[in-house]
Design a protein around this ligand. Structure first.
Ligand SMILES: [Zn+2]
Length: 113
């Protein structure tokens, strides 16, 4: 297998990794039944598009990918698994879709207060 070297594999995996991210995120969005992206924060009542926060650094990821293939892959998967939506106003996790029953109740609560 001289024609298909490890460098080719690294480049291929990196391309697949980059392309797969928006798909995985779109899939997560679809699973939570939140197609329009409108969320409400249970702690401060802010409604709107959540901020997506990813732990770790893209630079560490790139360096790991360039130097060591396996840790790079593990690091990428860890970052994907820790990625989550947080409130744009207070940074709280656990946002609820506004159009869900709980979200509607929360929206009413915060409107009343
Ligand atoms: Zn908030």
């Amino acid at each position: 297998m001289q024609s298909f070297s490890i460098t080719h594999w690294i480049i291929l995996l990196a391309i697949v990794g980059v392309l797969a991210r928006p798909l995985i995120q779109g899939f997560k969005r679809g699973m939570s039944g939140n197609a329009d992206g409108k969320m409400i924060c249970p702690s401060c009542g802010t409604q709107g598009d959540p901020d997506t926060v990813t732990r770790g650094s893209i630079w560490i990821e790139i360096v790991l990918w360039l130097c060591l293939l396996v840790p790079g892959l593990i690091y990428s998967l860890w970052r994907l698994s820790t990625r989550g939506d947080v409130c744009g106003a207070c940074g709280q996790k656990g946002l609820i879709p506004v159009n869900s029953p709980n979200g509607k109740r929360l929206a009413k609560q915060f409107e009343a207060s």
